[in-house]
Design a protein around this ligand. Structure first.
Ligand SMILES: [Zn+2]
Length: 355
């Protein structure tokens, strides 16, 4: 992959978030905070051209396309294009990007998972293309179809769906679609291009940035944690496509986020053991409103965990200030109620204090 370090700059949406007090992106903290959050170098990506998107070859006829907020990839084969996902934020520009590279037809479409912010624009692709997804993705889209009064907004239902793994081979090009169970949501695939040593896993790892809020709204936090190990242990890759934000990733970005998540497990375990509900209840001093007690309890857990995490991560990954409390909430809460995450946090606590 060609990357020009000098060509990297701050994205428009990032600079407007951090300098324009009226911006709504980032929530209340960002709007009320007049200090400008520095974006770490690791979070910087390529400048997006005026036309609104950037398309670049990763390697050997595999391309990525980005608008600086979302990204995805497509593969040029002897027979035609295999397009992965269709983020609505890129929309029609996805077709423009492909047209810059080739006039071959789009013959295959792959969905990484069912979320509409990644596949909602799939209606731009030819109706006669082959649409491929995990069976859980297919089931969710069929459920949406059954509920919809206007089904034109629902991406095409997959023509091929599968329970575990699927290998798409066209000419000398290959994509492996692998499923290991729930992580971000049921059906979320590891999409691997072996010739190009490129792994795509959407909404799990965010190169240069902390994840989107609440561990990117992971439906299965233990599966989310495990997905980092699967990526690193099962795949020989040097380019990573995460589906979001400013730039492509590398193996090191996955290792960095694995370390971030491991630290979060320890910080959440520490908060859960140090902050006692009974102590908070005594401090509040009234017991007629359990939700008031819980809100103060959550605040205290949050404060404990965020302090531990920010000291190490705010200079290392983008968005740490803005989203850390959501990650702390996701991990402390899952650590209390989810048996698998509870076990993971307990293991960490035992390692931290062997006595
Ligand atoms: Zn998603």
């Amino acid at each position: 992959m060609e990357t020009d370090k000098d060509n990297y700059g701050r994205l428009n949406f990032v600079s407007s978030t951090t300098t324009n007090a009226s911006s709504s992106f980032g929530g209340e903290n960002a709007t009320s905070n007049s200090t400008i959050t520095q974006i770490p170098n690791a979070a910087m990506g390529p400048i997006i051209p005026e036309k609104g998107y950037l398309v670049e070859e990763i390697r050997d006829n595999l391309y990525w396309v980005t608008d600086g907020s979302y990204n995805t990839m497509f593969l040029v084969t002897d027979e035609g294009i295999v397009a992965i996902n269709a983020p609505p934020s890129i929309g029609q520009n996805y077709l423009n990007a492909i047209a810059e590279i080739t006039d071959k037809p789009i013959t295959h479409v792959i969905y990484s998972h069912a979320h509409l912010d990644h596949i909602g624009a799939a209606g731009i692709f030819p109706k006669n293309a082959t649409y491929i997804a995990h069976q859980d993705t297919s089931a969710e889209l069929k459920r949406a179809m059954s509920l919809a009064k206007n089904d034109s907004t629902i991406p095409p239902i997959p023509t091929i769906s599968f329970p575990n793994n699927y290998m798409l081979q066209i000419g000398n090009q290959t994509l492996n679609l692998d499923y290991y169970g729930d992580n971000h949501m049921p059906g979320n695939l590891f999409i691997y291009a072996p010739n190009q040593k490129t792994l795509m896993l959407v909404d799990v790892v965010f190169p240069g940035w902390v994840p989107f809020v609440y561990l990117a709204i992971a439906e299965d936090v233990a599966g989310f944690i495990k997905a980092h190990d699967i990526a690193l242990n099962n795949y020989d890759f040097d380019t990573f496509v995460g589906g979001h934000l400013t730039r492509l990733g590398t193996r090191d970005d996955v290792i960095t986020q694995q370390e971030f998540v491991s630290d979060l497990e320890k910080a959440a375990g520490k908060a859960n053991s140090e902050v006692q509900f009974s102590d908070i209840a005594k401090q509040v001093g009234r017991f007629d409103n359990p939700w008031l007690l819980y809100s103060k309890y959550i605040d205290a857990l949050d404060k404990n965990c965020v302090e531990t995490m920010l000291s190490k991560w705010e200079g290392r990954l983008g968005g740490a200030q803005e989203f850390m409390s959501t990650h702390c909430f996701a991990m402390t809460e899952a650590g209390k109620v989810n048996p698998s995450v509870n076990a993971i946090l307990q293991n960490n606590t035992m390692i931290a204090s062997p006595n």
